[in-house]
Design a protein around this ligand. Structure first.
Ligand SMILES: *Cc1c(COP(=O)(O)O)cnc(C)c1O
Length: 849
């Protein structure tokens, strides 16, 4: 940060030019707007501005430039009465906004120049931004990538979600253990959001229902709720890249309703009523930090219904601006359910149609089923959402009735179709029978949607053959695959400026809108001069990560070594502990003097564990414990280093993916639906060591089998191994090195002499090993040896690295969104032009969008 005096000298005067302060893009104009924002929005004067003030003023300066596009976009969509995609997601893992918005506005250079003129380093401003961590991992990050691509492809779209006051926890490491700290992303203000205090919808909970006959003599149901509260909208503009479209992310914040607890008030229980009010506001307090296993918490169901109800009411409001009733709702909107978290929307839209708009059942069902499409994200049985009927009926009595009615009609159809197969009918029911009856949300989503998709080719096949098999047999045409993607703007252009420069020099600037242009790299894969530039790029990224690691952990790593990186949520199925078994084997070989892989390696880990997931937390402790022993041992630490980067989030991710030589994608086959980290690594020129799981399969086909280190059991082999009665201890007994490695973990060597610390992990491996680490261990270690050998041939490795980046354009989220538009949503681009009416005062007031 420059000193106060330096800034004082350079503080520009304003009012000296007629260039429009609020929209100009030149360095001069940005500079003046920045100083204005500091004064008029941040209410600070130049000499006392803190780094945070600089960030806020920069953000407001950029936001002004977004709003003109945003308003023009709203106007264009409204006039055209455009079909709109509504993406319903409980999570958006957005990452920092400022850098991305500068890129999408095309003003990075202007901003850097303007900042430099003022004696400020743009990077320092960027570093100030706290990250909106409104998601757990892959699923939330996917939603954020899709918003970026929807805007870039000029698709009319709204992202709907929850404005959590506290996003995913901050991870601290204390003595090698994960400690969770509260995320405070809103504490210092969020310049990107625009509160809409007048855009509020009531959301009700509890109570009971009453049948009645309306004035037309028709049977109707009235819901008499116990509690009501309001959802208030906070809007964040989402810029497209290389166009003028700017879409809307609308997140809902809970506030207490006026009659927050009638009963308590009527009983004269003022404090009880105030408590209820506080309770209402708790709904959007905090994101549930579980990545996958189902949580089954009452507050979570409340969150889901809360944001879905607000979103659907908002869609109905927009629809009724153009139409007299809800007829045609499904033609105006395509609503995508990002996993089952928003699947209560099926019952809520039915309720709105039936109870609030007087529609008959058949018509309401027709509209509902033609509005929604559902994305399945997991096959893990413990992650499939179900809710106890008792809880559901207590919170949402009317919705439970509606679900029962949907189910009754559906089961009647099934019995006609499969008269001699009552088991199939029971399997497909929306209600799971048993001691505790439960609502199956994946079945509700499937029955209530016109399309169901998986997120990678292999995953979509498994959806059809396992969890939704019966549904696929009933409605084969409903099932699709759309392989996930990631945005090349954030994960190449923003994260890896040197790579961006290389590609732009060869392919021109268009590649960032058409990632297939990355193929122009391919013919240069063997060119020595090009390879040198490529190696310098990779080297610079590794140096940046090394500096970050030193800052965060104090550990020193060598950018010349092979950077072998595994960053993702910590989970047994992702098998960070398989990676550890290999590391301990390398350590053991060096100590024994039997090492045959002289490639120096730096192993980098990062990722959060769900706070209640003991094994995952123990894996984090084991990473630190192995790191401590290896990094301290002079006999070993010239060859191996192990580091854990705390608090893996989007901001850290942007520094990590570009720095990888080797990407660890080693989940048990059949367990990772797609993965998106695998794509980010590959695009940045990392080679993958991986199993045939999720999108790894397609990445390997795309980059060429010879440019991918494959190992491990296939899905079919995993199934067969388990069916034949898997006995992990036999692998332990028969494989000498594996036995020695596990014995080392049990010896206390890594736990200051305590042989019991890692017992839960080693016992689990030896006794059950549900994720087949021991079965895959020999093949993994062998593949690692191939990778180590390959790295010692820099030209060969660089060639493979270039080919990985050149051939992964398919994994751009733009391609994925194009497929959704064409195959599922049936929606067309609606480009926005800023040319007409720029900044003019409108003749007459238009309806607010
Ligand atoms: C991409 C990403 C993920 C998903 O990683 P996987 O390796 O696909 O599990 C999780 N967290 C963050 C911060 C990411 O950027």
């Amino acid at each position: 940060m420059p000193s106060g005096t330096a800034r004082k000298e350079r503080a520009p005067m304003h009012g000296s030019s007629d260039e429009r302060t609020r929209t100009g893009m030149s360095p001069e104009s940005l500079k003046r707007a920045f100083v204005d924002s500091m004064f008029y929005v941040q209410a600070r004067y130049w000499e006392v501005a803190t780094p945070h003030d600089l960030y806020m003023a920069a953000a407001y300066t950029v936001r002004d430039r977004m709003l003109e596009r945003w308003i023009r976009t709203a106007e264009t969509y409204r006039k055209a009465d455009a079909r709109t995609v509504c993406y319903l997601s409980a999570e958006y893992l957005l990452g920092p906004q400022l850098g991305n918005n500068l890129i999408n506005l095309g003003i990075v250079d202007s901003a850097r120049q303007g900042a430099r003129d003022l004696g400020i380093d743009l990077q320092e401003i960027l570093d100030q931004e706290p990250e909106p961590g409104l998601g757990n991992g892959g699923l939330g990050r996917l939603a954020a990538c899709y918003l970026d691509s929807l805007a870039t492809l000029s698709i009319p779209a709204i992202g709907y979600g929850i404005r959590y006051e506290h996003g995913i926890f901050d991870q601290k490491i204390v003595d090698g253990w994960q400690v969770e700290d509260c995320d405070l992303w809103l504490t210092n203000g969020n310049p990107w959001e625009i509160p809409r205090p007048l855009l509020r919808y009531p959301v009700r909970f509890g109570g009971h229902t009453e049948p009645y006959t309306d004035e037309h003599g028709r049977f109707r149901v009235r819901w008499v709720p116990e509690l009501d509260l309001y959802g208030m909208a906070y809007d964040t503009p989402v810029l497209g890249f290389g166009n003028d479209n700017t879409n809307l992310l609308r997140l809902w914040h809970a506030t207490a309703g006026r009659s927050f607890d009638l009963q308590a008030f009527h009983k004269g229980d003022y404090y009880g009523a105030v408590n209820a009010k506080v309770g209402a506001e708790n709904i959007t307090k905090v994101l549930y930090p579980n990545d996958e296993p189902e949580v089954g918490k009452e507050l979570r169901l409340k969150q889901q219904y809360f944001f879905v109800s607000c979103s659907l009411q908002d869609m109905v409001r927009v629809h009724l601006q153009h139409a007299p009733n809800l007829e045609g709702f499904h033609e105006r909107f395509a609503a995508q359910l990002n996993d089952t978290h928003p699947s209560i929307a099926v019952a809520e839209l039915m309720r709105l149609c039936l109870d609030e708009h007087g529609m008959d059942w058949e018509r309401a069902w027709e509209i509902t089923r033609r509005t929604f499409a559902y994305t399945n994200h997991t096959l893990l049985p413990e992650a499939l959402e179900t809710w106890p009927v008792e809880l559901f009926g207590r919170l949402l009595p009317r919705h439970l009735e509606i679900i029962y009615e949907i189910n009754a009609r559906f089961l009647d159809e099934l019995r006609m179709r499969y008269p001699f197969d009552p088991e199939r009918v029971a399997r497909m029911s929306l209600i799971e029978e048993g001691p505790v009856r439960r609502v199956r949300m994946a079945h509700l989503a499937t029955v209530g949607s016109f399309a169901v998709n998986g997120v990678a080719a292999i995953h979509s096949e498994l959806v059809k053959s396992t969890v939704l098999r019966d549904f696929h047999e009933l409605w084969p045409e409903k099932f699709h695959n759309i392989t996930n993607g990631v945005t090349p703007r954030r994960f190449i252009q923003l994260s890896n400026p040197d790579l961006c420069g290389i590609i732009t020099d060869l392919a021109g600037p268009g590649w960032a809108r058409d990632a297939e242009n990355l193929r122009t790299l391919e013919p240069h894969a063997d060119d020595a001069a090009f390879q040198q530039r490529w190696q310098a790029m990779k080297r610079a990224a590794k140096e940046r990560l090394a500096a970050r690691i030193r800052e965060a952990t104090g550990a020193v790593v060598d950018p010349q070594s092979l950077f072998d990186i595994q960053v993702k949520r910590i989970h047994e199925y992702k098998r960070q502990h398989l990676n550890l078994l290999h590391i301990v084997a390398l350590y053991h070989r060096i100590k024994q003097g039997t090492d045959s892989d002289p490639t120096p390696r730096t192993f980098v880990f990062g990722g959060k564990a769900a706070p209640g997931y003991f094994m995952a937390k123990l894996i984090i402790k084991l990473i630190h414990s192995v790191a401590e022993v290896i990094n301290r041992d002079p006999e070993v630490n010239q060859r191996l280093r192990v580091v854990f980067v705390p608090n893996f989030n989007v901001k850290n991710a942007e520094c990590i993916y570009p720095a990888a030589d080797l990407s660890e994608q080693i989940s048990t086959a059949g367990k990772e639906a797609s993965g998106t980290g695998n794509m980010k690594f590959s695009m940045n020129g990392a080679l993958t060591i991986g199993t045939l799981d999720g999108a790894n399969v397609e990445i390997r086909d795309a980059v060429g089998h010879e440019n991918f280190f494959l190992f491990g059991l296939t899905v079919a082999e995993v199934e067969r191994t388990l069916a034949e009665g898997y006995r992990p201890w036999e692998y332990y007994r028969s494989h000498d090195e594996l036995r020695e490695v596990i014995d080392l973990l049990r010896s206390g060597l890594f736990s200051h002499g305590d042989p019991d610390l890692f017992r839960p992990l080693t016992d689990s491996l030896l006794q059950h090993d549900p994720y087949l680490l021991l079965a895959d261990y020999p093949a993994y270690v062998e593949a690692q040896a191939r990778a180590g050998d390959a790295f010692r041939d820099p030209a060969g490795w660089t060639r493979m690295s270039i080919l990985n980046a050149a051939r992964t354009g398919f994994f751009s989220s733009d391609r994925a969104i194009r497929e959704y538009c064409r195959n599922i949503w049936q929606v067309e681009p609606m480009p926005v032009s800023l040319a007409a009416g720029n900044g003019s005062v409108p003749a007459a007031r238009a309806d607010p969008a």
